[in-house]
Design a protein around this ligand. Sequence first.
Ligand SMILES: N[C@@H](CCC(=O)N[C@@H](CS)C(=O)NCC(=O)O)C(=O)O
Length: 201
Amino acid sequence: MRARLAINTSQCRVYLREIRLRDKPAEFVAASPKATVPVLVLPDGHVIDESRDIMIWALQQSDPQGWLRVWQADPAFFHAFLDRLDGPFKQQLDRYKYAIRFEPNVGQQSRQDACLFLAEIDQHLETGMGYLSGADFGVLDAATLPFVRQFRGVDESWFDSQPWPHLHHWLGMFLKSASFTAVMQKYQPWEPDDSVILFPA
Ligand SMILES: N[C@@H](CCC(=O)N[C@@H](CS)C(=O)NCC(=O)O)C(=O)O
């Protein structure tokens, strides 16, 4: 989702191949043996297989809405924030979301730990300029919101009752946005004989 958000706003166009994770096509695994989505294969054969790097690549091609401004303005904050998001927070999200796969209590403990980060985001949104990326929606917002949405999805009424007014507002705006609608479109899993699907359409 975050890679699609960045590609969509950059107006770069890619061939989109939806991957069914429980039935990964050989072409996908050959392109990136670690076999996680997303993977971007460039015309010269170069492969980018981390969503953060795909976002940056797309926005470096073209950034009409200035999504990378936060990276240029404060690279240390940018990388430190994404390291926490993609590291501890993502792990807590997965353990909360898939709690059944872990020891009892892991899910609840992970939710509790993740709350500290979410409360910090709420504060940042309040004391900052309205977005994680500054005065406008940018790459940090796009990188974070899909995870926050997934976190909420585990238990929406619990999430909505948490004292994070700025975070709820920020997520609510995102869920109503045209970019969210654009990246949530569903596709059939790719098969070798399929015709090309362009994204954005
Ligand atoms: N750090 C990677 C994480 C990617 C990742 O874990 N993707 C999951 C889906 S959200 C995946 O492909 N898992 C492989 C699998 O389930 O086999 C990134 O952000 O690009």
